[in-house]
Design a protein around this ligand. Structure first.
Ligand SMILES: O=C(O)/C=C(\CC(=O)C(=O)O)C(=O)O
Length: 304
């Protein structure tokens, strides 16, 4: 039993997701997911803005296998703050099949950075979503960026589309590969060719170090929890325009979902709708995440 009580409106992840009709290619990577707690072993951060249920590494591995995936990229969520112990524990018990994206403070020691790298961390996350976190000042984030660049790490950024204009110049000043969570959370009531989403497309087009996850239709859709039809054009546009720089993830255990809880198997079945050819699926699910998170292994198998 966890030492923490989930928020009263917390939705638990889907306990019996369908077996996907879509069979992912061999070596497919779930490139955005989380582990939470268990709270009595890995306490949630005092500064958190939500309290989740526990969601263990073993439950994540079971979902991976059920969906037909082979590897995970586990992303530190704000409920754990800069305490990466639950993440590191999962990485150290993954048999090399998981990599991590941590949250670190500017004053982290070199020894702590090296230990995170040894565990399998390959990036840090900058979260700007106000309901989740009070973001650090730009100069502090620049300090983190300069500290992690020598390790070859990248930076995952999470923001809402309406904030992109004010964040744009800061983002393009960062010195590493940048991965945008969930396409920058577009307002899908607006057109793909509209000003708001085209600013995001310009960010990717004019900056070859920028990647995007085409995940989380369940967070973005206004048409409800069946097919997320209104999100498909946005994700498909990004995949077709930037096939070498896209990633996909389940976002299990789907923190802070309020309207419904998606079936992870149904999320997998959306992949052919946003990546309609085997070549695009191979890049999205295997080549791109392997190049970013397991580059040595990928280059050993396929050349640089
Ligand atoms: O899990 C996600 O990608 C999205 C989240 C949670 C999150 O990012 C966090 O807690 O760090 C959200 O929109 O509430």
């Amino acid at each position: 039993m966890s030492a923490f009580t989930p928020d009263a409106d917390w939705l638990h992840w889907h306990l019996s997701p369908k077996k996907p009709d879509f069979v992912p290619p061999e070596g497919a990577v779930d490139a955005h997911c989380h582990v939470f707690g268990p709270g009595d072993q890995f306490p949630f951060a005092p500064e958190r803005k939500y309290t989740p249920c526990d969601a263990s590494k073993d439950q994540l591995w079971a979902l991976r296998d059920h969906l037909g995936f082979s590897r995970n990229v586990i992303v530190q969520a704000t409920c754990h703050g800069a305490d990466n112990r639950a993440l590191v524990d999962a990485l150290e018990h993954s048999g090399g099949l998981a990599r991590g994206v941590a949250t670190v403070r500017p004053d982290i020691s070199d020894e702590e950075l090296q230990a995170l790298h040894a565990a399998g961390v390959r990036g840090v996350r900058f979260n700007f979503v106000k309901r989740l976190v009070d973001a650090l000042p730009f100069d502090s984030l620049h300090t983190v960026a300069e500290r992690i660049k020598p390790l070859g790490w990248h930076i995952v950024i999470y923001f809402e589309a309406q904030e992109l204009p004010e964040l744009y110049d800061f983002f393009t000043s960062l010195p590493t590969t940048i991965v945008v969570d969930h396409m920058g959370r577009p307002d899908v009531s607006k057109p793909v060719e509209g000003e708001e989403f085209q600013l995001f497309i310009r960010l990717l087009r004019e900056n070859s170090n920028f990647w995007s996850k085409v995940s989380c239709p369940e967070r973005l859709s206004l048409t409800g929890p069946d097919t997320y039809d209104d999100v498909v054009p946005f994700a498909r546009h990004v995949v077709e325009q930037f096939p070498e720089r896209v990633l996909w993830g389940t976002d299990w255990p789907h923190p802070n979902m309020k309207s419904h809880m998606p079936d992870d198997g149904a999320l997998v079945d959306m992949i052919p709708r946003i990546a309609p050819t085997p070549e695009l699926q191979q890049k999205l699910l295997v080549e791109n995440p392997m190049r970013l998170y397991w580059p040595e292994e990928w280059e050993a198998q396929h050349g640089a």
